[in-house]
Write a protein that binds this ligand. Structure first.
Ligand SMILES: *[C@@H]1O[C@H](CO)[C@@H](O)[C@H](O)[C@H]1NC(C)=O
Ligand SMILES: *[C@@H]1O[C@H](CO)[C@@H](O)[C@H](O)[C@H]1NC(C)=O
Ligand SMILES: *[C@@H]1O[C@H](CO)[C@@H](O)[C@H](O)[C@H]1NC(C)=O
Ligand SMILES: *[C@@H]1O[C@H](CO)[C@@H](O)[C@H](O)[C@H]1NC(C)=O
Ligand SMILES: *[C@@H]1O[C@H](CO)[C@@H](O)[C@H](O)[C@H]1NC(C)=O
Ligand SMILES: *[C@@H]1O[C@H](CO)[C@@H](O)[C@H](O)[C@H]1NC(C)=O
Ligand SMILES: *[C@@H]1O[C@H](CO)[C@@H](O)[C@H](O)[C@H]1NC(C)=O
Ligand SMILES: *[C@@H]1O[C@H](CO)[C@@H](O)[C@H](O)[C@H]1NC(C)=O
Length: 806
């Protein structure tokens, strides 16, 4: 391809892009007008609905009721909607409970760590609302710590150590909070093959000095007595099982959900320390022991705190654990030995608020571990919510960096007791759920691991009141005269029953004629446009719009015709009623009138010159009764009959013989031919052009005299007029002999002068040569010239040599 064509293709492509862009911009610029019902309208951002019953344009055509609010209020537009009838709900926020954050629980009142606590919010689709949320960790907040221990044989030393460290643990925790409770539970595994040996002897004592195996047992309900904790740990009996993984998940589940038995407090940081040196069984593993009923996530502890459904229910799954952890705001701390760390790290990533730490072989670092994990948990806050997919919640915060930029994050770290952090919670309804019951949702926004939350009573604005019976703006069919009682009036619009249709439900679907209602309003089924967009399709028949001007009428079965958009001539439609009339967009001319606007006469009479020349002198066409002249390479013809052409030969040649014979009795014409000349020249003293249409002609006659004449046409009769100058211009007689002699004389004189000049020049030259010769003879005396002189003066040598030779 050549560079040029590449460029053209590029230009065309760019142009197409621009056109396409403009087109799409046009199409998407107003998303409202295509919405047909009030609820569709208000589910579209920025759109407002006009529910005024008589909302039509002056010609009776319906206007889209859904539009941008400012379009309705613009007084320039005809489509003005009474503000009282505009439905344009906006987001509405109201705080229901908004208690101050409190630093400390006192006089029976619980500490408040999150503000506000309950709000109601009405939100339109895709119009986000930003609400502010504050969080501050209270001082001396209650802490519940439940220690869940694997009591298989390998943990024996750990148990001993823990009982020793119990007092220390309680002391350390009391430094953090005065409101501390401690509990203890243990687990082995399901007592069934292959997890535990079922040989009767082994069932009694699976190992030396071991107690019978069990699933989970709560030894100590959460309490403040740390010596009791030490005692319980010490007196708990080690047991044994067969396979490596333990039944820890059963224990975690029970410890979480058995709120009363374990003794979890409503308002407390809940820590569940899970210590083991082995991995775990999870959902599906129960099948090996013939247990197939999935875990139900319920509490099943007997009065002594033992798990009763160990052999009936499978192990819980990771997501079941996560679910319960979320519901109960538990922080699990996996305190596991080094070999197991990797597995439990992965597990803590999938369980909300969980963390893990490395336990030494004998658990001697357990106090340090718990303290570290606790500090880690409490120094950060992470906001979560339980919104459904229709609602999007995004969190922004500056965290501790008060002057810093607002970042999108739901987590802040490095907090201390009492530091206040603000979150901006952006709530956006993405779409209305199909079921109207879901339009009201209670969304919980909570900091992970804390049983406190903000409840958002979210009402999605998905429909209009005037679409529901019993509201103003809704008329049931029995009252809706506007809809011919065949439908209800909703938000200004008729919603017809199943057997009727039309803007006012005036059409009966059961009448066979109109069954194919819309096809009668379209010229063919290739187009979707009804009534050419210039009328309403009423029961299958077009009702064309009326024009404000009574003289303008739209007609035709598809409103495709009108009698006002024809061609105009001099501002008159079809040049006025005498010339023609406008029928379906085209002028129908009367009489001799022709042309698109009937502005022309179909006659050529006025295009012939009176003197009987050709039509338009053969140099033009007769159009609309007037000559339209052509243009040739010689020049452009003009004039009434295209007779003029300043740069063209003209009629001078043609008229010359008649002028010659009539005026001067000369020229080539015979006497009879002269009599046949079509004009009689007028003799004048001086022939000259008197107006631009006239033309001056000049010729030389046989007697060498010049004669002049002018021709033109009379304004009124178009007759040829020729004016001839009475006298010719003749040249004076010339003396030829004088001239010849003069010339010869001049030539001779010039010759003599040249000869003289030549003689003088040669004489001067000869004299010069002679003088030179004399001078060189004098130089011949220089015979004794030295050799060196000879070398430096070769020209002298040369001349003297020559002189000698001579
Ligand atoms: C619609 O009707 C109300 C009264 O029913 C009248 O005030 C208003 O001018 C009407 N509007 C138009 C556009 O006809
Ligand atoms: C541990 O075993 C001893 C003796 O075997 C028994 O007395 C004690 O009650 C057991 N402890 C628990 C908590 O079951
Ligand atoms: C959270 O605290 C409230 C009282 O403030 C209590 O009714 C509710 O049961 C607690 N939730 C859990 C999971 O403990
Ligand atoms: C979110 O949690 C709250 C409190 O548990 C509950 O009432 C609400 O129904 C939940 N919302 C959703 C959308 O699940
Ligand atoms: C025409 O009739 C069809 C049923 O045949 C109905 O679905 C449709 O809404 C009607 N159209 C109009 C404009 O009334
Ligand atoms: C148009 O309508 C005619 C008659 O109703 C029918 O035969 C034809 O198939 C239709 N064409 C299309 C493209 O729908
Ligand atoms: C258009 O037609 C109507 C009705 O036939 C007539 O009254 C009106 O004068 C016509 N207008 C023009 C401009 O011809
Ligand atoms: C003009 O009139 C001539 C006859 O007088 C006719 O043959 C010709 O078709 C007419 N032209 C138009 C455009 O009406």
């Amino acid at each position: 391809m050549e560079k040029g064509s590449v460029f053209i293709v590029l230009c065309v492509f760019l142009h197409a892009m621009v056109v396409f862009g403009q087109l799409t911009e046009k199409l998407i610029s107003n998303p409202c007008t295509s919405k047909d019902t009030c609820h569709e309208c208000i589910q579209t951002p920025t759109c407002a609905w006009c529910s005024q019953p008589n909302f039509t344009s002056p010609d009776g055509s319906p206007i889209p009721r859904c539009n941008q609010q400012n379009r309705y209020l613009d007084s320039q537009l005809q489509a003005r909607c009474d503000p009282a009838h505009i439905i344009n709900p906006s987001n509405h926020y109201e705080a229901i409970y908004d208690y101050e954050l409190s630093k400390k629980a006192h006089s029976g009142k619980e500490a408040i760590q999150i503000r506000p606590q309950r709000v109601s919010l009405q939100c339109r689709v895709k119009e986000a609302y930003d609400l502010s949320l504050w969080y501050a960790q209270a001082e001396d907040y209650p802490v519940d710590l439940y220690y869940l221990m694997d009591l298989s044989k390998s943990m024996e030393d750990d148990k001993e150590k823990l009982s020793e460290l119990a007092i220390l643990l309680a002391k350390e925790m009391e430094k953090i909070t005065s409101n501390f409770k401690l509990g203890f539970g243990s687990f082995v595994d399901k007592v069934v093959m292959p997890y535990v040996s079922t040989v009767p002897a082994k069932l009694q004592a699976p190992c030396d000095g071991c107690a019978a195996p069990y699933g989970f047992k709560n030894h100590m309900t959460l309490g403040t007595d740390s010596s009791q904790f030490a005692h319980e740990v010490r007196s708990a009996n080690i047991s044994g099982n067969l396979d490596a993984p333990e039944g820890g998940f059963d224990a975690i589940m029970q410890a979480i959900v058995c709120k009363n038995t374990i003794g979890w407090r409503d308002r407390a940081r809940r820590l569940l320390v899970f210590s083991t040196d082995a991995s775990f069984h999870f959902a599906g593993d129960g099948k090996l022991g013939g247990i197939i009923t999935p875990n139900d996530g319920q509490c099943h502890l007997d009065h002594r705190g033992a798990y009763t459904h160990s052999l009936l229910l499978d192990y819980p799954s990771v997501s079941q654990i996560n679910q319960k952890v979320k519901e109960n705001s538990i922080n699990i701390i996996f305190a596991v030995t080094d070999q197991q760390r990797y597995v439990y790290d992965k597990l803590s990533e999938t369980v909300e608020g969980a963390s893990s730490g490395t336990l030494s072989q004998d658990s001697s670092n357990v106090v340090e571990l718990i303290k570290d994990q606790y500090n880690q948990i409490t120094s950060s806050v992470e906001m979560k919510d339980n919104a459904t997919s229709n609602v999007q919640i995004t969190y922004f915060s500056r965290c501790l960096d008060e002057g810093g930029p607002l970042k999108q994050t739901n987590r802040c770290d490095g907090l201390k007791v009492g530091t206040k952090v603000q979150f901006t919670v952006r709530i956006e309804v993405l779409s209305c759920p199909p079921n109207p019951r879901d339009w009201m949702q209670y969304i919980q926004i909570y900091p992970v691991g804390i049983n406190e939350s903000l409840i958002v009573e979210l009402k999605m604005i998905c429909d209009c009141d005037c679409e529901k019976p019993g509201n103003p703006g809704y008329k049931p069919p029995s009252l809706a005269t506007e809809c011919n009682h065949h439908g209800s009036l909703q938000c200004g619009k008729c919603v017809c029953d199943d057997s009727h249709f039309g803007r006012f439900c005036e059409c009966d679907l059961n009448t066979d004629d109109f069954y194919d209602n819309q096809s009668g309003c379209r010229p063919g089924n290739s187009t979707d446009i009804l009534c050419s967009n210039r009328g309403n399709c009423v029961c299958g028949v077009c009702e064309c719009f009326k024009r404000p001007n009574q003289d303008e009428v739209i007609s035709g079965p598809y409103c495709e015709c009108d009698n006002f958009s024809c061609d105009r001539h001099n501002g008159l439609l079809c040049s006025g009623p005498e010339h023609g009339e406008c029928l379906c967009g085209e002028c129908k001319c009367k009489g001799n009138w022709i042309g698109p606007a009937c502005g022309c006469l179909n006659t050529t009479d006025s295009c012939y010159p009176r003197d009987g020349g050709e039509m338009c002198s053969g140099k033009g066409e007769c159009i609309c009764g007037a000559c339209e002249c052509i243009e040739t390479e010689v020049g452009r013809y003009s004039g009434k009959f295209c007779q003029e052409c300043p740069t063209c030969p003209g009629r001078c040649e043609e008229l010359k013989p008649c002028v010659q014979c009539k005026t001067f009795k000369s020229g080539e014409l015979s006497e009879e031919e002269c009599d046949a000349c079509p004009f009689v020249p007028v003799e004048v003293d001086v022939a000259q052009e008197e107006n631009p249409d006239e033309r001056l002609c000049t010729f030389t006659d046989v007697d060498e005299c010049r004669f002049y004449f002018v021709y033109g046409y009379s304004d009124d009769t178009n007759e040829l007029i020729v004016r001839v100058q009475r006298t010719k211009d003749c040249p004076p007689v010339i003396d030829i002999l004088g001239i010849v002699l003069g010339v010869i004389g001049a030539i001779v004189a010039l010759g003599v002068a040249v000869l003289l000049l030549w003689k003088i020049l040669t004489t001067i030259h000869d004299r010069r040569e002679f003088a030179k010769f004399e001078k060189e003879r004098m130089l011949a005396k220089w015979d004794t010239v030295s050799f060196l002189q000879l070398l430096s003066l070769p020209s002298i040598l040369h001349s003297s040599y020559l002189t000698h030779a001579l």
